[in-house]
Ligand binder design. Structure first.
Ligand code: NAI
Length: 401
């Protein structure tokens, strides 16, 4: 089959290939699972699509699936995180890739259609957009054996669909595997969020006040790394147990209304909208930085900020300066999109090695079964354990049995 693709500039491919080559050194768990599953022939001639942040680690997963004999389509779950050079590298290596950095919403949904109309056998979703599209266009979903969902937000959307009795496809909550959220959401986002913030701002974190909205897996990771860098951490929550947990982990806990005048850096991590509203922003200190590590770019009310601010200037790469009506200046990082990916390099490769190994295991699970019921599955214990044990093995760590 001819390789259909749509990328910004195919000449960027060598740069993307170099990035993929680099991360391949740090993904031995995925290599181990590849060896195991490749022997079974289960992926041969299957049609698989991935809609996930498009950067080097994802590319390595896509290429591993292709090497097992599948046809692979790729788009990005978030145009702001798309790396054009990696998209080009995938295209020259026989992957049907449809993605451009900063594509518009219309372009984004047209890319989804380009990959989903191929009557796929299985998909990797990140945030639930593939799932939504296949529910709206069931004619494209007739061969689907399973949807593997990467993140908390997507799993929450699947749970809601299942509860309403409207889930039409078998799906699996990859995010909820221990080998995924304990490491990726917590340590992966924790480290990479601060790598992105320090890189974008070139500022010191020690001695600053950091406000983290949400103390789930992502919030805990962001808070513990801020604490480790010497910041004073304030947590905001709606869940009384998480709030107490944050307190007992040594952080201050209060309402966003009270924290908004205290923070130097704000990081939202809830996956929900309007966590920082315009009223909060007006109370902030002059020079405060706003960022978001949740899946969607709606946690900070940037549309209202844009409308009401006296002026708006891009002052550095992915740093926007807003002059407020009260005379203060506020900075927004990575346009309020997912900071560690849209404004940085994404998760460390050796963390994504585990997450993508769970993904590969879940694809294998659906593809090797006859047919699965249309419901939300948990990751089977044997796949979760296989990934953790393989990680221990490559790290040279032995444990008691
Ligand atoms: P989680 O469900 O463990 O945590 C979310 C927390 O936000 C909960 O503790 C909840 O009580 C709290 N919350 C809800 N409303 C709130 C409010 N108004 N104020 C303060 N706290 C509030 O979810 P998890 O796994 O931490 O994921 C959070 C988001 O991050 C999701 O959108 C997820 O998809 C995304 N994510 C992002 C990653 C990245 O690379 N940046 C990696 C993994 C997940």
């Amino acid at each position: 089959m001819e390789n259909n693709f749509l990328v910004k500039d195919i000449n960027l491919a060598p740069k993307g290939e170099q990035q993929i080559e680099w991360v391949s050194n740090w993904m031995p768990v995925l290599d181990g699972l590849y060896e195991k599953f490749n022997k079974t022939g289960v992926f041969q001639n299957k049609k698989i699509a991935l809609c996930i942040h498009l950067e080097a680690k994802t590319a390595y997963l896509a290429l591993a699936i292709k090497k097992m004999g599948a046809q692979v389509w790729v788009t990005s779950s978030n145009p702001l995180s798309t790396k054009d050079e990696v998209a080009a590298a995938l295209a020259v290596n026989g992957i049907h890739v449809f993605a451009k950095h900063a594509a518009s919403k219309t372009e984004y949904w047209s890319y989804l259609e380009s990959i989903l109309k191929n009557k796929l056998d299985a998909t990797v979703d990140d945030g639930g957009d593939i799932c939504e599209y296949l529910h709206e266009h069931p004619e494209y979903g007739i061969n689907i054996k399973g949807i593997c969902e990467e993140t908390t937000t997507g799993v929450n959307r699947l749970k809601a669909l299942e509860k309403e009795g409207n889930l039409k496809y078998p799906a699996i909550a990859v995010n909820d595997a221990k080998s995924k959220h304990l490491f990726d959401n917590r340590y992966g986002t924790g480290q990479s969020t601060w790598t992105a913030i320090t890189h974008l701002t070139n500022l010191n974190i020690a001695g600053k006040v950091v406000v983290v909205a949400g103390y789930g897996w992502v919030g805990k990771g962001v808070a513990v790394r801020a604490d480790g860098m010497g910041a004073e951490v304030i947590v905001t929550e709606v869940d009384p147990w998480k709030a107490l947990e944050a307190r007992m982990d040594g952080h201050r806990v209060m309402k966003m209304e009270d924290a908004s005048s205290l923070g130097d850096f704000f990081v939202t991590t809830t996956g929900l909208s309007d966590i920082i509203n315009y009223g909060h922003i007006l109370k902030m200190k002059n020079g405060a930085f706003l960022s978001n590590a949740g899946h969607f770019d709606f946690e900070i009310d940037i549309p209202t900020l844009k409308k009401k601010a006296k002026s708006f200037t891009v002052v550095r790469k992915e740093v926007e300066e807003y002059k407020l009506e009260n005379g203060k200046t506020i900075y927004v990082l990575a346009r309020g999109g997912i900071i560690n990916i849209a404004g940085g390099l994404g998760h460390p490769a050796d963390i994504m090695d585990m997450s993508f190994s769970v993904q590969l295991g879940c694809l294998y699970y659906f593809l090797s079964k006859e047919d699965s019921e249309a419901k939300l599955y948990s990751v089977p214990e044997e796949i979760d354990r296989l990934v953790a044990e393989e990680k221990l093995r490559v790290e040279g760590i032995q444990i008691d049995h």
